[in-house]
Design a protein around this ligand. Structure first.
Ligand code: C5P
Length: 195
């Protein structure tokens, strides 16, 4: 990495506690916390609000290039806009939980977001969470964690948050897709990444 900044990569399954851990770690280290799931969710919400079928990759590609997707850091936080609108207030809706894994398997969406995520590290040291951060976005970082928890514990966690989520469906989709599947990979030092 040519950037003077460090990246801590946190990957793992849905509702495993990645966000809680990543936010706390970023606060402790005075790094900027970036939730890449929110970016895939934001695009999903936008496509749903335009009634674009989430199985139509060509239509998705056309829409995101026409709408324009912007990613930046403002006041130490991720600022994300699609067609000039901040989708983040809407990204925890049940319909987004249901659709996001379909959108996340579209190659053009991943290519766009990965490039924008990589550029953020030019501005600040980051704790970045997602599914492919240690494997694809910042494979060279020596700081990689993979977080998982029992499926029942994760389901309880979502219920307690008052959310309807299709956790196991998302995990299956995310780990079986062709593009950048969720996987527990070796660390930059060749050891298994910790859970
Ligand atoms: O982390 P979160 O559960 O909010 O992510 C929502 C969805 O976004 C995941 O289920 C996955 O489909 C997708 N995602 C991804 N790659 C990332 C982050 C999230 O494919 N780096």
């Amino acid at each position: 990495m040519s950037s003077p900044h460090s990246v801590i990569a946190i990957d793992g399954t849905a509702a495993s506690g990645k966000s809680t851990f990543s936010r706390a770690l970023a606060g402790r280290l005075h790094y900027t916390y970036v939730n890449t799931g929110a970016m895939y969710r934001g695009i999903t919400w936008h496509l749903q609000s335009k009634n674009i079928p989430l199985t139509d990759s060509a239509a998705i590609e056309r829409e995101i290039s026409a709408a324009g997707v912007e990613t930046a850091l403002h006041n130490g936080e991720l600022a994300f806009r699609i067609a000039g609108i901040d989708p983040l207030p809407h990204v925890r809706e049940a319909k987004v939980n249901e659709g996001v894994s379909l959108v996340a398997q579209v190659a053009s969406v991943r290519k766009l977001l990965v490039a924008q995520q990589q550029r953020l590290a030019e501005q600040a040291s980051l704790v970045m969470e997602g599914r492919d951060i240690g494997t694809v976005v910042f494979p060279q970082t020596p700081y990689k964690f993979y977080i998982d928890a029992d499926a029942a514990v994760r389901a309880r966690r979502r219920n307690a948050q008052g959310e309807t989520d299709v956790i196991q469906q998302r995990d299956a989709h995310d780990s079986q897709r062709k593009e950048s599947p969720l996987a527990k990979k070796q660390t930059a030092h060749g050891e298994n990444s910790g859970t």
